[in-house]
Design a protein around this ligand. Structure first.
Ligand code: CDV
Length: 314
């Protein structure tokens, strides 16, 4: 391989039940890691909230009832094995989990761990989907907005011979995510997700879940000259079917590797981070072609302002 070459993998997970122990989940992460090691992978990406079932699907009245799904330290006694094994193989990893800070804040978090076992980056999910209150009319709840605080930035890090950024699930649907990361130089964006196939607010979107998943990540990769690794926790988990279809996407916008099951599965791609420059230095040469002077609504305005409400509008 030439240029800044890297072998990356998506470590897709199948369902995790409510009663599954952390130990059994870490066993599964280790199996994927061992497979990756046999294929000389440099970096393996695991899904969002990879250590537990997707607990925001349930309403818990008592806040303390969700404590069992959160990590208060990382590495923890249960995940230390993963850190040790990855270091011994010389493989980096990206892992999503629910974080409870010492001062009581809760985040939907993803960390980036280098090949020497050190945590180089931590990202806290910015776009929290779903709702704050119990909504019994739904087939199942999506209470991320009740259980997590939102992160506030899209950091990037020098790691894996390039510049790496992270995003979590719903973040991938927002073009602002990729653009903020690319403005921080991102060449490789790592995204874990849990996407139920049924969307109660508008079930007409259900059949399009796979299409939308690829659409947003492929356009984010192309429009920002980045590689994207999108990794699912898919399959039938506690009665809720979730999208699998993990994939690795090139800055060309093309999918270069994709999962074929809804279970634990490793997919691999050889990537050359120098390919990003083909796009970053041409059609998406930000310095030359972007017009931030015309984009002020993007950073200053949240909802839409209709023509009649705008000064001079009609
Ligand atoms: N975990 C997520 O963020 N899931 C959302 C669902 C609720 C739409 C997603 O964007 O996939």
């Amino acid at each position: 391989m030439s240029g800044r070459s890297l072998r990356v993998a998506a470590g897709q997970l199948g369902p995790i039940s409510k009663d599954d122990s952390r130990e059994s989940v870490v066993d599964r992460l280790l199996l994927l890691l061992e497979k990756a090691a046999k294929s000389d992978v440099d970096l393996i990406v695991y899904p969002e909230l990879a250590l537990t079932t997707f607990f925001p699907r349930w309403y818990f009245e008592e806040e303390s009832a969700i404590d069992c799904f959160f990590e208060t330290e990382m590495p923890s006694s249960e995940t230390q094995r993963l850190f040790d094994a990855a270091k011994s193989f010389g493989i980096g990893f990206c892992l999503g989990y629910a974080e409870l800070t010492p001062d009581g804040h809760r985040y939907n978090t993803q960390i980036l761990v280098e090949r020497d076992g050190g945590i180089v980056g931590k990202y806290r999910k910015v776009h929290l989907p779903g709702h704050e209150e119990h909504e019994p009319w739904r087939e199942f709840q999506h209470l991320e907005r009740r259980y997590f605080e939102a992160g506030a930035t899209f950091p990037t890090w020098n790691a894996f011979e390039g510049i790496v950024g992270m995003a979590i699930c719903n973040d991938r649907r927002w073009p602002e995510t990729y653009r903020c990361l690319a403005l921080g130089g991102a060449e490789l964006i790592l995204i874990g997700y849990n996407t139920p196939l049924h969307y109660d607010p508008d079930p007409s979107q259900n059949d399009l879940a796979g299409f939308h998943n690829h659409l947003v990540m492929q356009s984010g990769a192309y429009q920002n000259g980045c590689f994207v690794v999108g990794v699912a926790k898919g399959g039938l988990e506690e009665g809720v079917e979730s999208l699998a279809e993990s994939c690795i996407i090139s800055p060309t916008g093309e999918i270069i590797s994709s999962a074929s099951t809804s279970d634990d599965e490793l997919i691999i791609a050889d990537i050359d981070l120098d390919l990003c420059d083909n796009y970053k230095n041409t059609v998406f040469d930000f310095d030359r072609y972007r017009r931030p002077d015309t984009y002020s609504p993007i950073a200053s305005q949240k909802g839409k302002i209709m023509p009649a409400e705008r000064e001079g509008g009609s």
